[in-house]
Structure formats: C-alpha cells, structure tokens
Design a protein around this ligand. Structure first.
Ligand SMILES: NC(=O)c1ccc[n+]([C@@H]2O[C@H](COP(=O)([O-])OP(=O)(O)OC[C@H]3O[C@@H](n4cnc5c(N)ncnc54)[C@H](OP(=O)(O)O)[C@@H]3O)[C@@H](O)[C@H]2O)c1
Length: 268
C-alpha cells in the first residue's frame, strides 16, 4: 500500500475503506443509528426532550431519565421504543443504574447524551451560594460521574459515543455567569483529556456548545437573556438536537471533539 493510500485509509462501522472507495452514505449512517441504544439525561424538557424526539425518528432505542416522571412517561409513550428511569442524576448511584436500565431493556447502551444541567447566575452580592453549590454538584460532579460510567461501559463494548451538552460558556465567560461558565469549562477540560485517552479506540467523545436556547433553563429569571442580551431569536432546542444527530451520524474513524451552535444574534 502506498503512503498516499495509507493516509487516505479509514475505518467506518468496523469496515476498512480505501481511497477511491465510496464512504458510507447518509442513509447508511441513519441505518447504523437505527440499531443503537441511546441514553438521554435531562430528557423531560428543553434540549434533552428535543434530542429524544430527533433520535426517536432515526429508530434508535432510547433510555430516558430526569426527575419528573409524568413528563418522562408521556415522552416515552410517544417514542417507538423507549424506556424511562426516574432519577436525580446527582445521586452518586444514578449513572450506574441508568446504564444497567439500558442493559436490562436493550442489552447495551451505545450512546450517552449527557445533558442534565442547571444555570444559576448573579452578581457578587446577589448570587445564592447554596444554589451555586447545587449547580456545581449537578453540572460538574454528576456530569463527570456519568462521563466515566458511560466510558467504562463503552470500553467494555469496544465502541460508543458520549455527547456532553456543554455551552458557549464552556469556552467563554460572561460577567454574573462565571460560576456556570466554570462548570462548563470543567466539562470541556475533562472531555478534551478523555478524548486523548480514547485515541485509537472506537469510543468517541464530544462537547456540544450551544448559545442561548429557548428552554425552561431561564424560566425563573426576572428578565430573560433574550431581552437583556438582545439575542432574538434564540436557538430552538431542535437546533441543538440536529447538531447531536450530526455527531452521531459520523463514521467511526471521524471524531468531532466539539461543535458550537449559536443564534445569529448572539454577540459573544
Ligand atoms: N438553554 C440554554 O440557553 C443552554 C445553552 C447552553 C447549554 N445549555 C445546557 O443544556 C442542558 C439542558 O438544559 P436546557 O436548556 O434544556 O434546560 P431545561 O429545559 O431546564 O432542562 C434541564 C433538564 O435537566 C433535568 N435535570 C435538572 N436537574 C436534574 C437532576 N438533579 N437530576 C436529573 N435531571 C435533572 C431536568 O429534568 P427534571 O427537572 O425533570 O429533573 C430537565 O430535563 C444543560 O446542561 C444546560 O446547561 C443550555
């Protein structure tokens, strides 16, 4: 094999393909997704709910989780093949229970969309420190536990894809939102280090970095960032869900470590 051919040699779905051969078509990648099982955290609203709906359309089997059972039950019933597991993801045992739920229902978990999160913001004088500590517990500790638990399962399978829903504030900062940005920077740092550890395996890891998305995240805010930051229109949750699907559709030799999705009016 010439050096040129070797450089153009890749692997898709366990199949080696060479320069000159046709890479997998979009329909083939969608067929590949159809056989897979995805766990979506924070599936009861916003981005997690939209990801669930988009993945459901690919035919993937789904494990849905959040704390609000009524919402999970309704969403699972709307999907072709989904089970749900009610959990507070900050419970240290939750990540392992969730992977086991997927194994019990479908024999494996191929994809984890690590999405559950919260945002508290405020000035030095206003920020509620107990709320901030709970956010760190959720956005960092619970998210890290889910990451390691998912990756250990994927390594035992020999393949898998972890998608962390980070934020534009995982790469930048904004005054009054520094603590939230710190939690997302932490997710980005761990993702990058794990990506290096996973090089040469069939396990992928990625951060999706949305700008402002219209979800329940800012419901308790006095003024929505749409007005205070002039971001109009914000993203719809479906805009982020399409990016997640794009990551999952790639052949196995392709890695997308990060993907930023911003509203057109987001000046950041
Ligand atoms: N909206 C934005 O502008 C934006 C931008 C960038 C990144 N993000 C990130 O996107 C992710 C999803 O947020 P969203 O905007 O879709 O907000 P959302 O509508 O408030 O959804 C948050 C989800 O997380 C779940 N959740 C929260 N605390 C939980 C806990 N302790 N245990 C289990 N589940 C929990 C919620 O379900 P239950 O309440 O039912 O448990 C809900 O399903 C977050 O990580 C957020 O940081 C959002």
């Amino acid at each position: 094999m010439s050096l040129h051919t070797a450089l153009l040699t890749g692997r898709a779905g366990g199949t080696v393909f060479l320069a000159g051969m046709v890479p997998p078509r979009k329909e083939e990648m969608t067929m590949k997704l159809k056989s897979k099982v995805a766990l979506v955290t924070g599936a009861s609203s916003g981005i997690g709910k939209a990801v669930t709906k988009v993945l459901n359309l690919t035919g993937m089997r789904l494990v849905l989780t959040a704390r609000r059972e009524d919402r999970l039950r309704k969403l699972a019933a709307e999907c072709r093949n989904a089970v749900y597991h009610v959990a507070d993801i900050a419970d240290p045992e939750a990540p392992a229970h969730l992977i086991n739920r997927g194994i019990d229902a479908f024999g494996r978990v191929d994809v984890v969309v690590n999405n559950a999160g919260n945002m508290v913001a405020g000035t030095i004088d206003e920020l509620d420190l107990d709320e901030m500590a709970r956010m760190v517990e959720l956005n960092v500790t619970a998210t890290f536990r889910m990451m390691y638990t998912a990756l250990r399962h994927f390594k035992s399978l020999g393949s898998g894809q972890l998608v962390n829903i980070s934020s534009i504030l995982g790469t930048k900062v904004r005054e009054t939102a520094g603590a939230y940005a710190g939690t997302k920077h932490a997710v980005e740092a761990l993702t990058e280090a794990l990506r290096m550890e996973l090089a040469g395996t069939n396990v992928g890891i990625c951060c999706v970095e949305p700008g402002l998305v219209l979800t329940e995240l800012h419901d308790k805010w006095d003024v929505h960032p749409r007005e205070s930051l002039g971001i109009d229109p914000p993203l719809a949750p479906e805009d982020v869900a399409r990016a997640v699907k794009f990551v999952l559709e790639q052949p196995e030799h392709v890695r997308i470590p990060r993907i930023m999705v911003l509203p057109g009016a987001h000046r950041i």
